[in-house]
Design a protein around this ligand. Sequence first.
Ligand SMILES: Nc1ncnc2c1ncn2[C@@H]1O[C@H](COP(=O)(O)OP(=O)(O)OP(=O)(O)O)[C@@H](O)[C@H]1O
Ligand SMILES: [Mg+2]
Length: 327
Amino acid sequence: MITHAEMPELQQIKDRNLTVLKLEQRSDFVETQHVKKIAERAVSYLKVGYPVHFSGPAGTGKTTFAMHAAQSLGRPVMLLHGDDEYGSSDLVGADYGYRKSKVIDNYISSVMKTEENMMSQWVDNRLTTACKYGFTLVYDEFTRSRPEANNVLLTILEEKLLEMPKSRGEEPYIQVHPKFSAIFTSNPEEYAGVHKSQDALMDRMITVKMDHLDRDTEISITETKSGLSHKDAKIIVDIVRDFRQLGVDNHRPTIRACIMIGKITAYSNARVKSDDPVFREICVDVLNTDTIKIMKGGRALTKEYIYDVIEKYCKNTKKERSIPTTR
Ligand SMILES: Nc1ncnc2c1ncn2[C@@H]1O[C@H](COP(=O)(O)OP(=O)(O)OP(=O)(O)O)[C@@H](O)[C@H]1O
Ligand SMILES: [Mg+2]
């Protein structure tokens, strides 16, 4: 979070209970060539003034890329999560209750004067705040909000104008601050509670299609997050990627499974070996999820099958090491 000394307008924002984030590069952020290329593309689009949308299946790094790109812009960040319950007032703001002010007359101690101002008070929400002060908006899973709620974004992204509700009683439009940027994420495959995002909105942003991270990046992430050796991280990633090919829903297991297996293996002091019973059980628990229960051939995923895959990749590394180097 940023401090008020850094930005005086933050006191006002704090009064409205809106959290403004100041992002710093995470120490466990992995920047391989693959990651660097995607991030650079996205940041250049943002710097030219275009909103960027990371779209892809679960666990492909959308939120991480969005936060990383936001951090690269160096502006304060407002984070929003798409929500089915949202109306546009949740994004823009609304009239909240009544302003009540109390005046206590100190000179005549016996008299206490109470004055009530019965005007309803307009309170800006995150989108308005980001537009006014030129913050970076990260709108995660934006398609989970109803299209009507997101409609307000159309003029913001195109005309750089934020249309305010009539009830607010002031000017109908607010000019969007030139430093305002917007980054979106969505999962097009997720259907539960997701509305087909409006074409007009999509047309105003640049969509960077995300797929699973490449093998080297997955290995680096697993190694960094678990503290295991590069060789062990490689075996874990290969096991998980093998299962990703098998499942009916072939996006799972994701990089999250690699991180889980890696972290628990390190915590349990287990060895990444096919004959280590603890490692085998960790793999069974993490991989044996409903999403990959039935394989493409219709066969059930058995423990024995998982053991065979573990064996295959643990063996492979032995072979790799025993290949003689010839000049
Ligand atoms: N470059 C990276 N460096 C380090 N960790 C990463 C990187 N990219 C992704 N991860 C890790 O991979 C996991 C999945 O990433 P993330 O949450 O960004 O995916 P997502 O596409 O937003 O998934 P979902 O659709 O489920 O929200 C997280 O644990 C995240 O920390
Ligand atoms: Mg996400």
